[in-house]
Design a protein around this ligand. Structure first.
Ligand SMILES: N=CN[C@@H](CCC(=O)O)C(=O)O
Ligand SMILES: [Zn+2]
Length: 432
């Protein structure tokens, strides 16, 4: 056996989905569970995983640079957050009372607030300010156990301001332990200067913004807010198809508030994922399934907007055999939280997902929603050594004991990124 850089022992329970593709329907419940496990890491890769006795036997005679005892904690793959609006200026607590008095989300946007208020703040912010603010959010995500995050632009809405957001995302990827995956979302809202002229804004997007973003390699995905009063099905189709021709993989905010046919469009254009989907039709869900589109559900958003309706996750899994993923949708308007563990709780409460389905949704299926299921999302030899260590006896405990952060440790790219001294306390307590 070659040299091992890091050996993680004393894992009370290891839970992981398996494979390099999304888990569909009832497969989402099939996770591997190993008690008293260990993981050997070489460089940024997992070299060995299994029951501790087996791993130690296989390592017999190997040089081990560092050994860490997980103190009997629960270990899962590093969590993946595949839908965030990470980079933005300002915040929108000034809209809270308006929202709570019953003014709908889309009405606030139509009045020039909502997303457009964050557009003003983002345009006014320097690259440094955007970087520092997003860096803090990434710290919170990491401390919550997240190791990879998708980040959308969409608060610039001019070529230069969109490029500014995407450049910040790139620098964050380089400068923060959490990996940041960039998505161009110039079609997030029609900016004030194009009010009533949305087709002209779409021309600008297609003719100038998309080609430049693709030319500079600033994004992997292209996303559109397809919604009543924002971008129509026809406009969304045009943007996503043009983006696809330029090598940007389609994603879509679909059927969040009204059933417009966004899920159907996701299937038609071959999107990698469709997001929200509260109002998706049966035909829409059938189209997602027929075209391998991953539904990314955002229960924090429906919760925070006070909506009675939730995405029909049980039907998606049980009837349509879809590979559901979960995400925070972290953004300053509809879901101002970085806490993926809150989302786990809401997925249990409002989407009726089982603990195994929740773990799968936050790991391998979330990784697949950003095209990375072959690299992250499970604990297997050869995969990236991204691991989250929880102070919990099992995975059901995570959504059960809610409102707190269970994460005690995070290994990112084979390196210790978070290690709470309370792990040591757990170990000594276990030994007594
Ligand atoms: N729905 C559109 N976009 C975001 C919200 C953005 C905002 O309100 O600033 C979402 O995914 O919920
Ligand atoms: Zn969103």
């Amino acid at each position: 056996m070659e040299r091992i850089d890091l050996l993680l022992t004393g894992i009370g329970r290891l839970v992981t989905p398996q494979g390099s593709v999304p888990r569909y329907g009832e497969e989402m419940r099939h996770v591997l569970e190993i008690e008293h496990a260990a993981i050997a890491i070489r460089g940024d890769r997992i070299a060995l995983v299994g029951p501790q006795a087996d791993v130690l036997a296989q390592l017999n005679g190997a040089e081990i640079a560092e050994t860490l005892d997980a103190g009997g904690c629960l270990v899962t793959p590093g969590l993946v957050d595949p839908h965030t609006h990470l980079v933005h200026g300002g915040s929108r607590e000034h809209e809270l009372s308006l929202k709570r008095s019953g003014v709908p989300y889309l009405d606030i946007l139509a009045q020039g607030g909502g997303i457009l208020s964050t557009v003003k703040a983002t345009r006014a912010a320097s690259e440094r300010e955007l970087y520092d603010k997003a860096f803090k959010s990434l710290d919170i995500m990491l401390l919550n156990g997240v190791t990879t995050v998708e980040a959308k632009s969409g608060y610039g809405l001019t070529l230069d301001d969109e490029r500014k957001q995407l450049r910040v995302a790139k620098r964050l990827h380089e400068g923060h332990p959490v990996d940041v995956v960039p998505t161009f979302m110039g079609a997030h809202a029609v900016p004030a200067e194009y009010k009533g002229r949305s087709d002209e804004f779409v021309d600008l997007l297609v003719q100038e913004m998309l080609p430049e973003v693709a030319r500079e390699g600033l994004a992997e995905f292209c996303d559109v807010f397809c919604e009543h009063g924002v971008f129509t099905i026809q406009q969304s189709r045009r943007i996503l198809q043009e983006g696809k021709l330029l090598g940007l993989i389609p994603k879509i905010h679909a059927d969040e508030i009204e059933s417009l046919g966004g899920a159907e469009l996701a299937g038609e254009v071959g999107a990698i994922s469709a997001e929200h989907l509260l109002a998706a039709s049966d035909e829409g869900m059938r189209m997602l399934a027929a075209n391998g589109v991953i539904p990314v559900l955002l229960p924090g958003t429906s919760f925070n907007l006070g909506l009675k309706q939730h995405a029909r996750a049980r039907e998606m899994i049980d009837t349509f055999r879809l590979p559901v993923a979960l995400s925070t949708d972290y953004n300053p308007g509809s879901c101002p939280t970085e806490s993926i563990q809150l989302i786990m709780m809401l997925a249990s409460l409002n989407l009726r997902l089982l603990p195994e389905e929740i773990i799968t949704s936050c790991t391998i299926n979330a990784a697949a929603a950003i095209g990375r299921a072959n690299d992250i999302g499970s604990i297997e030899a050869g995969k990236r050594a991204d691991l989250t260590v929880f102070d919990a006896p099992n995975i059901a405990y995570l959504p059960y004991h809610f409102g707190i952060n269970h994460t005690f440790g995070v290994i990112k790219n084979g390196k210790v990124a978070v290690w709470d001294r309370r792990i040591e306390g757990r170990r000594s307590a276990g030994e007594r």
